[in-house]
Design a protein around this ligand. Structure first.
Ligand code: FPP
Length: 252
C-alpha cells in the first residue's frame, strides 16, 4: 500500500466539493528574494499537484480561486503577468485534464479577461465538457457579491416579464441563478497563508462549509497537510443547524 493510499483509508467521509483560496504566492516569492510572478508560477505547479491528488481520490468537485474581482486593483504589471501565466497554464495542461477525465469550467466575469485568455478558457471548457471525472472550477475574475447581484437582476427581469411570481422565490431559486448552479455547495474551504477571511469567495455556497485556515503559503502546501485536513474533515460533524441527538438519530 502506498503512503497516500494509507492516508486515504483514514478518510471515511470525503467532502463532495472543496474550494481552495490559494493565497501567499507573493510572500513565498519575497521570502526567496524573487519577484511576485515567480511565486505565482510556483502556485500553478502546486495547483496542478492538488488537482492530480483530487483525481486520485475521486473527489467530485474542486473549485480553485485564481483571480478575484478585487484583484483587478493590483498593479497593472502584476495583472498582465498573471493573465499571461493563466494563458500559458491552459495551453500547458490541456492534455493533463483530458487524460485524467477532468471536466473544466471557468467561473467569473470572463468578459473582463483578455480576449485570448477568454477564448482559451472557453475552448478548454468545451473540449472537456463531456468528461465525467473530477469537475474542476476555476474562479477567475470572480466575486461572490457580483454573482449574487447578477442573480438578483435576472430574477427581477423574469418577474417583470411575468415568467416568475414573487411566491416562487426561495433559496433553491436563488441558487439556480448563481454561477455555481450545477454543483453542490461547498463542504470544505481551505485558505492558505494565514489570512482568516473569505475575500468574496462563494459566500452563498459556503453557508454550511467547514473552513480550514492554514499558515502555509500556497506554493509550500504539501500533500501531507492536505490529507490531514481531509482526515479532520472526516471526523467533523456537520449539523446544519440541528442538534447532535438529531444527527445521531438520522445515522441510526
Ligand atoms: C494569491 O497570492 C494568488 C493569486 C491572487 C494569483 C493566482 C493564483 C495562482 C497563480 C495559482 C494557481 C493558478 C491556476 C491557474 C490554477 P498573493 O499574490 O495574494 O500572495 P500574497 O498574499 O503573499 O501577496
Amino acid at each position: 500500500m502506498t503512503d497516500q493510499n494509507k492516508d486515504l483509508t483514514a478518510i471515511s467521509i470525503l467532502p463532495k466539493h472543496i474550494g481552495i483560496i490559494m493565497d501567499g504566492n507573493g510572500r513565498w516569492a519575497k521570502l526567496r528574494g524573487k519577484r511576485r510572478i515567480f511565486g505565482h508560477e510556483a502556485g500553478v505547479i502546486k495547483a496542478k499537484e492538488v488537482v492530480e491528488q483530487c483525481v486520485k481520490m475521486k473527489l467530485e468537485v474542486l473549485t480553485l480561486y485564481a483571480f478575484s474581482s478585487e484583484n483587478w486593483s493590483r498593479p497593472r504589471k502584476e495583472i498582465n503577468g498573471l493573465m499571461k501565466l493563466f494563458e500559458r497554464t491552459i495551453g500547458k495542461y490541456t492534455s493533463l485534464l483530458i487524460d485524467n477525465d477532468v471536466c473544466f469550467k471557468p467561473v467569473g466575469n470572463l468578459d473582463m479577461l483578455p480576449e485570448v485568455l477568454k477564448r482559451k478558457l472557453e475552448q478548454m471548457e468545451a473540449i472537456t465538457s463531456e468528461n465525467s471525472g473530477l469537475r474542476l472550477n476555476l474562479a477567475i475574475a470572480y466575486g461572490a457579491r457580483q454573482d449574487i447581484v447578477g442573480a438578483v437582476k435576472t430574477i427581477i427581469d423574469k418577474l417583470e416579464k411575468g415568467e416568475l411570481s414573487k411566491e416562487e422565490i426561495n433559496e433553491d431559486l436563488v441558487s439556480d441563478h448563481l454561477s455555481f448552479n450545477d454543483v453542490s455547495d461547498l463542504d470544505l474551504i481551505i485558505r492558505t497563508s494565514g489570512e482568516t477571511r473569505l475575500s468574496n469567495f462563494m459566500l452563498w455556497e459556503s453557508a454550511y462549509s467547514e473552513i480550514y485556515f492554514t499558515e502555509t503559503l500556497w506554493p509550500s502546501f504539501e500533500e501531507q497537510e492536505f490529507m490531514e485536513i481531509l482526515q479532520n474533515y472526516s471526523k467533523s460533524e456537520r449539523r446544519f443547524g440541528s442538534i447532535k441527538d438529531q444527527i445521531d438519530l438520522k445515522k441510526a
